[in-house]
Design a protein around this ligand. Structure first.
Ligand SMILES: Cc1cc2nc3c(=O)[nH]c(=O)nc-3n(C[C@H](O)[C@H](O)[C@H](O)COP(=O)(O)O)c2cc1C
Length: 446
């Protein structure tokens, strides 16, 4: 399988009975999202008929650890080392003359809504949104390329606005704005999950070219082509690309919108993009990611796990694995597994975790015999290994995340560390039961 081709991946999953093909026509107004969300972003869907359009739409490609790992060609437990290795050893993109994404070119004037579907997801959303496009920009020096996902509310004809929360990217836009210049953008749809995953790598920590990191994740350079109307490069194998400019000093109201944490964000003015070209492959396949689903959360969580492991390892070298949970909205809860060597390791690991990520609220540290990917096993460790007066510490009034309602109403967040590791002096009292037989195959007995 060509690991950079969405079409090859869809064929592979179809052959493997992993792809759910929806033959019934679906309305992009709520219905498509409702069907996609029936599997919470954990299974790939291919919508053959979207009402009012001739192009199909896919979603749910990157929300399951095993399938995401399969798309990259690694084992599901290898994400953290693979992400770290890809940041350290990126594979630069390769500029080629032309590519499939330029098979069709539409220049202004055009109506975005007439070309491809723009779904509406939640009941109180302020309109139709692009939610999965990979935004490509260059910094003001023109040297550094930067990809990320930013939702874009359709404003009519060739306009959207864009929600950018990362300080670095906002700062770049403000610099252009101060000069009275627009910031050129390109937005890619129909890309493999590795490109979504790499887009979540934090710029202020790593300053990596995320398309080069994606190349390293899949083990080969990604081909890029020069855009038609802006000075940017996009993936040659992307299905659809929107080219345009963020207009200086122009804002339009955006929101409410159903956010990552499962509640509505507030309404506020956001920068406006005016698009100058749409390029796409023959028989283009549209792509979406249901907001707040596993598909949105998993890439964020995996990238945060890589950072968390590296930070905790600085003070607790015997840390084994870390897990940022989906129920904790891919950022508020971490479970850390350590090989405890001395008293204090558990609390130290939790302190290091809080230092690694301001969004973390609750951290649980467990021993090696606990499966950190199984919530029931983690709860078991809390039930039988924790004494609240000794093993829990709370830091009141710390910084939190604006994606969390209980933080927003108070302006600060309390952090709670739970040390669910066994006291070393009493290890024998905590020994887990086991059966000295097996593993067995139940089929042999029935
Ligand atoms: C499906 C999805 C949708 C996202 N939507 C937004 C968004 O609307 N606005 C935003 O600022 N970040 C959004 N993010 C998060 C950013 O893409 C992410 O924080 C960023 O790329 C991290 O890199 P940075 O440090 O380079 O900004 C989204 C992430 C995913 C996976």
């Amino acid at each position: 399988m060509n690991p950079s081709s969405l079409r090859a991946l869809l064929d592979h999953w179809e052959a493997d009975n992993k792809l759910l093909r929806v033959k019934k026509e679906v309305n992009p107004l709520y219905e498509l999202g409702a069907v996609l969300n029936a599997r919470q972003g954990r299974q790939p869907f291919y919508f053959e008929k979207v009402k009012g359009y001739s192009s199909p739409m896919v979603g749910g490609l990157g929300g399951d650890r095993a399938l995401l790992a399969d798309s990259i060609g690694i084992a599901p437990d290898q994400f953290v080392p693979k992400i770290i290795d890809s940041i350290v050893s990126p594979i630069p993109t390769r500029l080629i003359g032309t590519g499939p994404v330029h098979e069709n070119v539409v220049l202004e004037p055009f109506d975005l809504d007439a070309l491809f579907p723009i779904p509406t997801y939640h009941g109180d959303d302020s309109g139709a949104y692009y939610v999965s496009g990979i935004l490509v920009v260059k910094d003001t020096s023109g040297k550094k390329r930067y990809t990320s996902i930013r939702r874009m509310q359709f404003l009519g004809e060739n306009k959207t606005n864009v929600l950018i929360t990362s300080p670095e990217l906002l700062q770049q836009f403000y610099e252009y704005e101060e000069r009275g210049e627009p910031m050129e953008v390109a937005v890619m749809f129909g890309v493999v999950p590795a490109v979504v995953l790499s887009s979540q790598i934090s710029t202020h920590l790593y300053h990596a070219d995320k398309l080069d990191v994606a190349g390293s994740l899949i083990g080969k350079p990604l081909d890029v082509v020069q855009c038609k109307t802006v000075d940017l490069e996009v993936l040659a194998e992307a299905e659809i690309v929107l080219e345009g400019k963020m207009i200086p000093h122009e804002r339009e109201m955006e929101g409410p919108f159903g956010e990552l944490a499962g509640f509505y964000g507030t309404r506020a003015p956001q920068p406006v993009i005016e698009f100058s070209a749409v390029t796409y492959r023959d028989n283009a396949i549209c792509q979406t990611i249901f907001p707040s689903s596993y598909e949105e959360r998993l890439p964020m969580a995996l990238v945060r796990e890589a950072t968390l492991l590296s930070t905790v390892r600085q003070t607790v070298p015997n840390v084994k694995q870390v897990h940022i949970t989906m129920g904790g909205v891919a950022r508020f809860h971490a479970v850390i597994q350590i090989e405890k060597r001395s008293e204090g390791d558990g609390k130290q690991a939790a302190i290091a975790a809080f230092a690694s990520d301001k969004d973390l609220k609750h951290v649980i540290v467990v021993d090696e015999d606990v499966d950190i990917f199984d919530p029931e096993d983690v709860e078991w460790a809390m039930a039988v290994r924790v004494q609240a007066d000794q093993d829990i510490f709370i830091v009141p009034g710390a910084k939190g995340s604006p994606l969390e309602a209980s933080h927003n109403v108070r302006g600060v967040t309390a952090k709670m560390g739970i040390d669910a590791t066994v006291p070393l002096a009493h290890k024998e009292s905590f020994k887990r039961t086991s059966i000295p037989f097996g593993p067995i195959d139940l089929e042999d007995y029935l």
